[in-house]
Design a binder for this molecule. Structure first.
Ligand code: ATP
Ligand code: MG
Length: 214
């Protein structure tokens, strides 16, 4: 059976994940083997998981309890892992995800303190089994600098983005924790670099790690 490859993009708000994934999508669209790639975002990636995303990020009428928030993230993950990610990997595809369980460890674990990071890892294992990303790009940046990017955007912030600087500093501690614990899959990027420099580094890393990009 062909074996796929699973890549995740992680890091706090406005660190540049989606910007780089959009560039990567454009790049891959020009490759002859573009159908080998599957892009998803979390929470989301299936119709039901996208509905859960809306509840999590934009539902302001009845703010979820912290435990409810954690379990909604887990519900969406259960859907996308079992319906999309695992079947794609079993078919030899390269799956690229905008956020995965490191986000839950950082946000719901280290920042909201709903459970310890270790408990979240145990819960995650129950939901997704032994699935681990093969490679995780961690966009490392001080929240204060990332916040300046957000301020420039003048857009409507979602419920979690509206948390204060303290919260986002704890999110960063969560990422620092998991990137040390599972360091074999982590590639840390200095996310203060220019968009082009980061993109060139990502492409160079992908060429080294997987033999799919010419
Ligand atoms: N390397 C960079 N230097 C300066 N600005 C950047 C860089 N990368 C992205 N940006 C800008 O920062 C803002 C946030 O970027 P982006 O949406 O890619 O972040 P994100 O990590 O996906 O955030 P979120 O977690 O909120 O989804 C955008 O306005 C983007 O243009
Ligand atoms: Mg994004």
């Amino acid at each position: 059976m062909k074996k796929g490859y699973f890549i995740t993009f992680e890091g706090g708000e406005a660190c540049g994940k989606s910007t780089q994934i959009a560039k990567l999508k454009d790049f891959i669209n020009s490759l002859p083997n573009k159908s080998d790639f599957v892009f998803i975002r979390e929470p989301g990636g299936t119709p039901l998981a996208e509905e859960i995303r809306k509840l999590l990020l934009n539902y302001e009428d009845d703010k979820p309890l912290p435990m409810t928030e954690l379990l909604l993230f887990c519900s969406a993950r259960s859907e996308v892992v079992n319906k999309i990610i695992k079947p794609a990997l079993e078919n030899g595809k390269i799956v690229i995800a905008d956020r995965f369980y490191d986000s839950t460890i950082a946000y719901q674990g280290m920042a909201r303190k709903i459970m310890t990071p270790k408990q979240i890892l145990d819960l995650t294992e129950i939901i997704i089994g032994d699935l681990k990303p093969n490679l995780t790009f961690y966009f490392n940046i001080e929240p204060k600098i990332a916040f300046q990017r957000k301020a420039k955007l003048d857009e409507n912030l979602d419920r979690i983005e509206k948390e204060g600087l303290d919260f986002h500093e704890n999110v960063k501690k969560g990422y620092d924790f998991i990137s040390k614990l599972e360091k074999e899959r982590f590639v840390t990027i200095d996310a203060t670099q220019s968009i082009d420099d980061i993109f060139n580094f990502i492409i160079k890393t992908l060429k080294e790690k997987i033999n799919i990009i010419e």
